[in-house]
Design a protein around this ligand. Sequence first.
Ligand code: IMP
Ligand code: MG
Length: 191
Amino acid sequence: MQDDLERILFDEPTILRRLDEIAAQISKDYSRKDLTVIAVLNGSLVFMADLMRRIQLPLRLDCLSVASYHGKAQTSGEVIFKSTTADPSYGGQIALPDVQDRHILILDDILDSGNTLVAIREKLETARPRTIKVCVLLSKKKQRARKVNADYLGFEIEDEFVVGYGLDYDERYRNLPYIGVLRRELIKSDQ
Ligand code: IMP
Ligand code: MG
């Protein structure tokens, strides 16, 4: 797998050291609040597991699943909400986590165009939470289609396609324990 990477950006100890810092900040900021973490699957799975075990609060966890890339290396601009627990009482749409009056922290793997986080944020706001903040592991330095502010950020990276530590290309490489840049020739050129 490592041969498919152009270079490694963040190894595991570097990622975990940064998570210690972010978790300490979150624990402090929410020390008097009832925190609900909403993780965006599948990309934030590894990040979520490592981060939440470092937060010193009895938080609640909920997960949302979205798809925006459809096996491509560029965003399609369209975000589809997926759920394994379709709720018929919710007009046939997917069931949103119960966030009313709660302090919500959305966890996502990476901020690229911003489409995904804007869509999730807007969707969750319709369920009237008390507060919403956003925590992302990575943010690409680029002009965004939609303006999104990350309240907690792991690392800023250049505008390159990265995999590992939960991040995929066409659903592969999520299990790499570190984050690296995928070799360009492995990204299908018709996409
Ligand atoms: P956005 O809607 O363009 O901000 O894209 C966000 C989603 O696209 C993330 O949650 C990832 O699943 C995926 N994504 C964006 N950039 C990358 C990347 O460099 N590697 C892997 N997945 C990415
Ligand atoms: Mg993805």
